[in-house]
Design a protein around this ligand. Structure first.
Ligand code: DX5
Ligand code: ZN
Length: 220
């Protein structure tokens, strides 16, 4: 089953409640929230208070993508704010095992993200304790970048390893996903598709979400 998680990074920040309501109405499964600290990536976006406010109004579970240097330090705050799924980067400064344990102990689902230069094998030691692996298909930091097709073998490698271990782990992709790239990532084994500009830049959202979902599903 294909899960669509529109990234609100490309939405109207002056009207976040309306935007999140509109993607829910349009058939989205999750709301992807990009948290950036200006240190792990060269951009600053959303922080804990905004996640807490979104939680109060969001009809969708919050899929929080932490692009920050020290996720372990900030975890209690993001858990308290109501994050449903928390994904942090393997390239961050936090110990991956301790961070995964802390997310799960806090009652959220745990995701581990890797940047384009990090190999698939780097997530293998943690696979059996993860709900999701996020394979970045652009360098994290900004919406609207071009999809990196050379990440497809990495998605395949993560999916193959999940199969070998008998795991049905979700594989998320993030960056440059639209109706033309969705079939490629779905065929490679991804089932959770993040899309920012392809949803919020192409209203009505019900149509843009359906276009991505059906393009991915048709490829399976
Ligand atoms: C990039 C973010 C993405 C971004 C995707 O660092 O993690 O979630 O919003 O935007 P698009 O879909 O426009 O590439
Ligand atoms: Zn993201």
């Amino acid at each position: 089953m294909i899960i669509i998680s529109p990234s609100i990074l490309s939405s109207d920040f002056a009207n976040l409640a309306t935007e999140i309501g509109a993607i829910a109405q349009g058939g989205a499964d999750l709301a992807h929230v990009d948290v950036m600290d200006g240190h792990f990536v060269p951009n600053i976006t959303i922080g804990v208070p905004v996640v807490a406010s979104l939680k109060k109004v969001s009809p969708l579970p919050l899929d929080v993508h932490l692009m920050i240097s020290d996720p372990l330090f900030y975890l209690p705050a993001f858990l308290k704010a109501g994050s449903d799924l928390i994904t942090f980067h393997l390239e961050s400064d936090s110990d991956p095992s301790r961070t995964i344990d802390a997310i799960r102990a806090g009652g959220a689902k745990a995701g581990l993200a890797i940047k384009p230069k990090t190999p698939a094998e780097a997530v293998f030691p943690y696979l059996d304790r993860l709900d999701m692996v996020l394979v970045m298909t652009v360098e994290p930091g900004f919406g609207g970048q071009r999809f990196m097709a050379d990440m497809l073998p990495k998605i395949e490698a993560v999916r193959a390893q999940c199969r070998r271990q008998g795991l049905s782990t979700d594989i998320q992709v993030d960056g440059g996903i639209d109706p033309s790239t969705a079939p490629l990532v779905a065929r490679a084994g991804a089932n959770v598709l993040v899309a920012g500009s392809a949803v919020f830049g192409h209203p009505p959202y019900a149509d843009s979400i359906a276009a991505i979902r059906s393009a991915a599903a048709a490829a399976l």
